[in-house]
Design a protein around this ligand. Sequence first.
Ligand SMILES: [Zn+2]
Ligand SMILES: [Zn+2]
Ligand SMILES: [Zn+2]
Length: 160
Amino acid sequence: MSVDDRKESISREMAILKERMHQKQYKSTPQRDEIAEWIFRTHEHFTVEKLISSFREQGKKVSQATAYRVIQMMLDLKLIEEHDFGKDYKFYEHTPGHQHHDHIVCIDCGKIIEFSDSGLENLKEKITLKNGFRMKKHHLTIYAECTTCPPEKKILTHKK
Ligand SMILES: [Zn+2]
Ligand SMILES: [Zn+2]
Ligand SMILES: [Zn+2]
């Protein structure tokens, strides 16, 4: 993806956001827009803390309340997903431009890997049907220890 493609996809994503905000009567503010743009520019899993500190590094102040309000709105508008990766805080990622995928999370260093496997997807479908359900949405997280996990990180997280 070139820089131009990315710029274009962000304006497309912002247009979708504006349209859905309008439908659900959310009010647009310059700060809300700026946070939403940051979220569309961030192609990895992020936390609210990460969002706030990234703005702080640019000399901009975003309160926790504002950050959470934008996140709640974007969840409601189905433009981001929330993940519980077994920490006492949540992770988020934007959905436009990304295929459905599952995750592997290292319980020691916190490394997050995305994967998708059509065999696994079919299996999930099969199991759901076999039990008399129709699958609507699903998400699998595998908690693991990565093989390259540095020992000092293990000590750090365990001490906390
Ligand atoms: Zn992306
Ligand atoms: Zn992901
Ligand atoms: Zn690890």
